[in-house]
Design a binder for this molecule. Sequence first.
Ligand SMILES: NC(=O)c1ccc[n+]([C@@H]2O[C@H](COP(=O)([O-])OP(=O)(O)OC[C@H]3O[C@@H](n4cnc5c(N)ncnc54)[C@H](OP(=O)(O)O)[C@@H]3O)[C@@H](O)[C@H]2O)c1
Length: 327
Amino acid sequence: MSVEEMKKAAQDKAAGAGTGERRRSSVTTEKVKLNSGHYIPQVALGVYKAPNDGTTENAVKWAFEAGYRHVDSAARYMNEEAVGRAIADFLKNSDVKRDELFVTSKLWDADHERAAEAIDESLKKLNLDYIDLYLIHSPGNLGADARIKAWKDLEAAVDAGKIKSIGVSNFDVEELDHLLAECRIKPAVNQIESHPFFAHEELREATIARGIHVQAYSPMAQGAALEREEIKAIANKHGKSPAQVLLRWGLQIGNIILPKSLTQSRIEANAQLFDFELDADDMEVLNALDEGMKMGKLGPAGTSAPGSRRSSNSGGAAGGKLQMTSS
Ligand SMILES: NC(=O)c1ccc[n+]([C@@H]2O[C@H](COP(=O)([O-])OP(=O)(O)OC[C@H]3O[C@@H](n4cnc5c(N)ncnc54)[C@H](OP(=O)(O)O)[C@@H]3O)[C@@H](O)[C@H]2O)c1
């Protein structure tokens, strides 16, 4: 074994690669291994609709203090500077090192033909030397050629050390396959809407089947259906909140989840997900809620057709849904 291979083996061992490519990084969040070889915390703080000011700085700070190590931002959210300030402040005032944090940003649709510049702008706003995960935010409307040109710029940014892992968001199967045919570096994730009311099961399965992790946005359906009796009953059974039940469902089906909140108590509660487990009955009830309730405007119309639901009879903790087993 070469010195490099030994180093890699030691890193993988420390990262828990021998235990199903997962490791517990803190009391609140676990990591999974992407096809890029990098580990990603399975829970992130999402910062969509968070302002570029102290509100977001506080939210990110509270999240880090609660044990989150992953923030999901985007150029389009126009809050990268606030996120960057919170990161700089946290690194300065804690023992946590930059490589223990995981920062995501995204290329907006209008920038597909100038991705290299957009990446540099995001790095500057975030005040970072590198971004952990950078996504094409959506297929956009500049066409397939522009999308592939953007991807080549993302690949070049990986080569240049500006980005660790690259991926896509809101891509349908056809768009994924087109990219897979053209790419040198495979997308590590497809970030799509996924929650019990709109599991997006066919696209989830297609994404996983291609060796790409699913990141689930709007994992609490934007808070729109937390009062549903079925959810409340499961929450009461486990002594948890409805939001925690929806988030735990996402974790159990293998999604990387991105709950957003600007409220400290919710930020803290939304990460307390590793001290209970939904059983097969709970998963069956939750899977049956899939009514195609799509919250977001972006992304493929999706497929929550009854045909995409699966019986959880043999599904156990994953409720019968397909999961990524390795990268
Ligand atoms: N790639 C994409 O196209 C895309 C699209 C949408 C979202 N995303 C990402 O995914 C993240 C999450 O998605 P999202 O923001 O649409 O939806 P979400 O996380 O499902 O829901 C956020 C909403 O739920 C509320 N909330 C948070 N915790 C709660 C709790 N414990 N109890 C009750 N309500 C709670 C929040 O309010 P407060 O803030 O007031 O607490 C906010 O209104 C985004 O922030 C973004 O990072 C990506």
